[in-house]
Design a binder for this molecule. Structure first.
Ligand SMILES: Nc1ncnc2c1ncn2[C@@H]1O[C@H](COP(=O)(O)OP(=O)(O)O)[C@@H](O)[C@H]1O
Ligand SMILES: [Mg+2]
Length: 283
């Protein structure tokens, strides 16, 4: 069972990552699926939440929210007190649970949305515990984006390195500061993930240097190179780790999971298997 795989988290080492970019087609869903599968494979109890009602994240993990709208994260908008576990489904990846999206959700919400809607659900006293939570968000700036930021401890912005990237990232960094200062003191990390980049292209290198100058070196991650295998894996309905783990994309997502763990230094890297390694003689 997932609960037996990781260690118990304390409030200080929560890792809840919202993957955001208000433009479509910037690798949010690809990043959500492959990062979460990577973390689950590394032994972390991982939850994926698909706040984008297109539902691609759930589908990418073999779970279709259309089959049971009451078992989707969007059901929270209808019943804010519903227990987290009734919204979740297991996936075929060991240790990976998903709260899929409801493709029938049309964004019409009666009354004002409580920004703490998702956060409260994750913090319910008897909710299942996870070491890593990854939230996919829609390419809009509505209620779904706000509730994701209020629930998160870190924001990850996947962005292809084109000349218009900076403007979109700046808007998200403003939302990050607003939410971090007004609503959510646990929100302390913000990182830019260059995706679909080709290190051989001078234009890509220039844009990445510009972003580094504007947002700070520590905010720039190594990135995910362009790899057609990532698109093919998505088309085949499989995470890259299953489709072709040794591909460039598979390697880059593997390194991203490790880079985030190191750069954002959440929990010390003590997984069940690692405890033995660290404690064994001679180490
Ligand atoms: N690193 C990459 N290399 C090649 N294709 C990619 C890469 N990342 C994403 N894609 C493809 O780009 C398209 C948009 O990605 P997606 O993750 O759906 O973006 P978003 O969720 O932001 O709309 C998809 O067809 C996906 O397969
Ligand atoms: Mg998407």
């Amino acid at each position: 069972m997932a609960e037996e795989r990781g260690r118990v988290m304390t409030a200080s080492d929560k890792a809840i990552v919202a993957v955001a970019n208000r433009k479509g087609g910037t690798g949010k869903t690809t990043t959500t699926v492959n990062l979460s599968v990577e973390w689950a494979r590394q032994g972390w109890r991982t939850l994926v939440i698909d706040l984008d009602s297109q539902g691609h994240t759930g589908l990418g993990l073999g779970v279709d929210g259309a089959a049971n709208p009451a078992a989707t994260v969007h059901h929270l908008f209808r019943d804010p007190a519903v227990p987290l576990e009734t919204l979740c489904s297991r996936t075929e990846v060991e240790g990976l649970t998903v709260c899929p999206a409801d493709p029938g959700f049309d964004g019409q919400i009666a009354g004002a949305v409580d920004p703490f809607l998702l956060r409260r659900c994750l913090e319910q006293a008897d909710a299942p515990r996870f070491d890593r939570v990854v939230i996919d968000t829609p390419p809009t700036s509505g209620a779904a984006l706000l509730i994701a930021f209020v629930a998160a401890t870190g924001i990850l912005v996947p962005s292809p390195p084109d000349f218009l990237a900076a403007e979109g990232i700046r808007q998200l960094s403003q939302l990050f500061y607003t939410v971090a200062t007004r609503h959510n003191p646990d929100l302390t990390r913000f990182a830019i993930l260059p995706v679909m980049h080709d290190p051989r292209l001078r234009m890509h290198r220039t844009v990445m240097q510009d972003l580094e100058r504007q947002f700070g070196r520590t905010r720039m991650l190594r990135g995910i190179r362009t790899d057609i295998k990532l698109a093919e894996a998505f088309g085949a309905g499989q995470p890259i780790q299953v489709f072709n783990r040794r591909s460039r994309g598979g390697l880059d997502y593997h390194l991203l999971a490790e880079e985030l763990d190191a750069a954002w230094s959440w929990a010390p890297a003590i997984k069940k298997d690692a405890v033995h390694e660290i404690g064994s003689p001679g180490r």
